[in-house]
Design a protein around this ligand. Structure first.
Ligand SMILES: [Zn+2]
Length: 276
């Protein structure tokens, strides 16, 4: 069988993650410039408009990234399937003739839309958290100033200012809270979302192309995993529940939660005849 090179999306993923890091840095600097000791709503509004501009441009950039990279993961899956099933000699040769069948065309369109929605939720979340933090800081700053007047001091204390700075910083740094209640830095969350989505898209595209070509089995890749995935390396799965033979399906393997977890690098190579 031809040697099929692994896919590598590190460069592209790093480029997207950098865009989120840069945006977070710009928002952070915008918030740091605020004069918290006497913060007015007008000054806060100027800063929040800048935050919105930064996030809007990040949304455009990431939508474009997703539109280019999710389909690429699907093309890679189809190209490697063509080589695995002997319809092309090399991945380069296969890449030149890749076409999406109807089910893959629909799958890719849905995956692009899903991923764009996931990333949009990230910026919306950051926007909401930053706005809430700025509102809280305005109120706290006003209260602290009143209290400073009572105690005879002229300005609010360094402790309180430090607390206000931290409130603003946290809004950006731990801006994402997932369904399990964990807090994420936006760029770390984005890294996991796109890595997982690209891997899923690759596997689905592979499955759809393989089934259309009459290959109903696949061998799970190996890279010497140390986690629970190790139990699955080199094993055969069925790509369709209807295929004969006592092999787990892709879905039942995934349902064990041992393999194809978020960030999992395991793929599979379609085969026509499952070998022992
Ligand atoms: Zn894995």
């Amino acid at each position: 069988m031809a040697v099929i090179p692994e896919t590598d999306y590190e460069y592209e993923i790093a480029r997207l993650v950098d865009a989120y890091k840069n945006a977070a840095g710009r928002i952070q600097r915008e918030l740091e410039r605020l004069d918290l000791a006497g913060l007015s709503r007008a000054n806060a509004q100027v800063a929040l408009s800048e935050v919105s501009r930064v996030l809007a441009s990040l949304n455009d950039e990431s939508a474009e990234w997703v539109a280019a990279n999710i389909p690429q993961a699907a093309r890679d899956g189809v190209a490697r399937t063509l080589v695995a099933l002997g319809a092309a000699d090399t991945v380069e040769q296969a890449a030149a003739v890749v076409k999406f069948n109807r089910i893959n065309a629909n799958m890719v369109a849905a995956a692009v839309a899903d991923t764009q929605a996931d990333l949009l939720a990230v910026t919306q979340n950051v926007d909401r958290r930053v706005r809430a933090a700025v509102r809280k800081v305005i109120a706290d700053s006003m209260r602290a100033n009143m209290a400073a007047g009572i105690s005879g001091r002229r300005t609010i204390s360094a402790d309180i200012l430090g607390g206000l700075r931290k409130t603003l910083g946290d809004a950006v740094n731990t801006g994402i809270i997932d369904a399990a209640g964990r807090r994420w830095k936006p760029e770390v969350y984005v890294d996991t979302v796109v890595r997982t989505k690209m891997a899923e898209t690759y596997r689905e595209a592979t499955t759809n192309e393989a089934i259309q070509r009459g290959a109903y089995y696949a061998v799970i890749s190996r890279h010497g995993a140390k986690d629970a995935c190790a139990n699955w390396e080199g094993r055969i799965i069925k790509l369709s529940a209807d295929a004969p033979g006592d092999y787990p399906t892709y879905d039942s393997a995934k349902a064990t939660r041992q393999i194809w977890h978020p960030n999992c690098r395991h793929t599979f190579t379609p085969v026509r005849v499952p070998e022992k």
